[in-house]
Design a protein around this ligand. Structure first.
Ligand code: GLU
Length: 549
């Protein structure tokens, strides 16, 4: 009995070799500098900002080097799988216009790319081929420790303040004779496959993370499980090794929380003699919380979830810009110099990431978003708010459909000018800022004036007689001034301030009365523009409503 027999006993149906798979998935035919990157989520939760930032960086690195960005579904732990997690990623990708070059969407029966399958649960045979090889080589072994035994080992280690894990003398089945192992397997004993680690925890190796720089890490000496007993699927560590090797990943960009797994990954690559990809670990995303700064939290911070940005209705590019700004310290300066270039052209440098964490600031995002919306055409704003309302406010959506051109005129107020008005931060705010333009909402408005109602009525009566829809702004303003003079309201603010008792009020009171009558609000964008858009019928009806009160 030798290791070959053991390997065949465990994997009787595995007949291919590693070389077969390497032939099936040959080197990619790409330009020299091209980067192959991936987003490799485990579908155990919904995509959050801590996934989004690495995704963007992966995407940017691939795009600007004419490389490949692919999506790999790391679903080897079915017990932790969350329904809809993958379709949500697809949704986020499409919302942010991120197009993976290779992917597999099982529910849509859609696969793109020559390195498929891209779903780990569909690659079992491939992983088992690699594991079989390790067993043949004596670099992996079946381990018969029960979950209870493992728990008690851990408890003992914790009590004795020792490192937790299966290593050294805790790796009880590491040197079990092949015959003995085969006997147990034949008897039907449950086992996992563990790596027979060759590392020494007291020895260090040099590791160069492109973001965190060069570091010395202790070698791995844990006999980590590489295949689970339950379903014969590999563990994440092992699957990632096989996949990044066969899919020819050049750069692994992932969250900082994976930095501590590097010794395991380093050992796995070394064991097979495979070239390790380059690693870029992304620093934590931080936020200000009162006076202190802490890690952004899915539990505490709504903005940690990607759904937050869609619900608020930030233009997708605003979120991307905000994240790029914290990803690289020189992004903002680059953007100033390249205002219209796609963000994917930004020469991202992992060295320019701050290892201590990236501070995400919602005020900054708001600012970016305001600027982006202010530079949009009225058609773009309309489309943005329409798409948003379709999801989140169907009543408003229906109004927008009904009053398409009308709504665009509203968004165009003070837009086509050198310094456009920056009044919208996100789409969900647009209704709050424009509702009074629609009779359907205006009919319920509460209208209160600062001036006595008799004065209000006198002004509105008079205004009704002079108002001509087709008046140009200048003509309109001249008429307002004439109205003021006639009714004893000052047109000259200086004169008014000097002798307020001489007048009933000033031109500001007059325009405000008109403004409130027409909108119920004391501050609005340009009143003349508002009247132009409302049109004669609405203007007169709204005035009439006050007069008959
Ligand atoms: N599946 C891992 C995760 O859920 C990916 C880690 C990696 O990118 O290597 O985050």
């Amino acid at each position: 009995m030798n290791r070959e027999d053991l390997a065949n006993l465990i994997f009787p149906t595995i007949t291919k070799t590693i070389a077969d798979y390497e032939k099936m998935y040959p080197e990619r035919n790409l330009e020299n500098e091209a980067k192959v990157t991936r987003f490799a989520p485990s579908p155990t939760g919904f995509m959050h900002i801590g996934h989004f930032m690495p995704t963007l960086i992966n995407y940017v690195l691939a795009k600007q080097s004419n490389g490949i960005f692919y999506l790999r579904n790391e679903d080897t732990d079915s017990s932790r799988e969350v329904d809809g997690a993958v379709s949500y990623i697809r949704h986020v990708f499409s919302h942010y216009h991120i197009k993976p070059d290779e992917y597999e969407y099982k529910d849509l029966n859609e696969t793109k790319g020559l390195y498929a399958p891209y779903i780990q649960s569909e690659r079992k045979e491939i992983y088992q081929t690699f594991i079989k090889y390790l067993i043949q080589e004596g670099k992996a072994y079946p381990c018969f420790l029960t979950p209870e035994e493992i728990d008690s080992i851990r408890e003992g280690q914790a009590k004795d303040k020792r490192r937790i894990g299966i290593y050294g003398r805790y790796a009880k089945y590491r040197d079990l004779p092949v015959e003995e192992a085969m006997k147990r397997i034949k008897k039907g004993e449950v086992y996992t496959i563990r790596l027979k680690s060759s590392g020494d925890f007291n020895r260090k190796f040099k590791f160069n993370d492109l973001a965190f720089g060069e570091m010395e890490l202790p070698e791995n000496d844990l006999d980590i499980p590489i295949m689970k007993s339950k379903d014969g699927l590999p563990t994440y560590h092992f699957a990632h090794l096989v996949d990044d090797h066969l899919m020819h990943t050049t750069h692994v960009v992932r969250g900082q929380e994976w930095l501590s797994s590097v010794p395991i990954h380093y050992e796995l690559f070394k064991t097979f003699g495979f070239k390790m990809p380059k690693y870029i670990h992304i620093p934590l995303i931080l936020k200000k919380d009162g006076e202190s700064i802490r890690k952004i939290s899915k539990r505490l911070d709504p903005e940690a979830k990607m759904s937050y940005y869609e619900e608020k209705g930030y233009p997708y590019l605003a979120v991307i810009e905000a994240v790029m700004t914290i990803a690289n310290s020189n992004y903002e300066a680059w953007r100033e110099g390249h205002p219209t270039e796609p963000y994917t052209n930004f020469p991202f440098s992992p060295k320019k990431m701050s290892a201590s964490g990236a501070l995400f600031d919602l005020d900054k995002l708001d600012n970016i978003s305001k600027n982006i919306i202010s530079r949009m055409t009225k058609e773009e704003v309309y489309e943005g708010v329409l798409n948003w309302s379709k999801e989140y406010d169907i009543e408003f959506y229906n109004l927008l459909i009904k009053y398409k051109d009308y709504s665009m005129l509203i968004y165009n107020i003070e837009r086509e000018q050198k310094k456009p008005r920056k009044d919208y931060t996100y789409y969900s705010e647009i209704k709050e800022k424009t509702w009074y333009m629609y009779d359907e909402y205006f009919k319920d408005a509460t209208i209160t004036f600062a001036s006595p109602i008799q004065q209000v009525k006198t002004i509105l009566e008079e205004y009704k007689t002079i108002y001509q829809e087709e008046d140009l702004q200048e003509q309109w303003f001249t008429k307002i001034k004439e109205l003021c003079t006639k009714l004893n309201y000052a047109t000259d603010m200086k004169a008014y301030k000097e002798n307020p008792e001489k007048y009933l009020g000033s031109i500001v009171d007059v325009t405000n009365i008109i403004r409130v009558a027409l909108t119920s609000l004391t501050t609005t964008p340009d009143l003349y523009s508002i009247m132009k858009i409302l049109g004669k019928e609405k203007v007169l009806a709204r005035i009439e409503k006050i007069l008959v009160k």
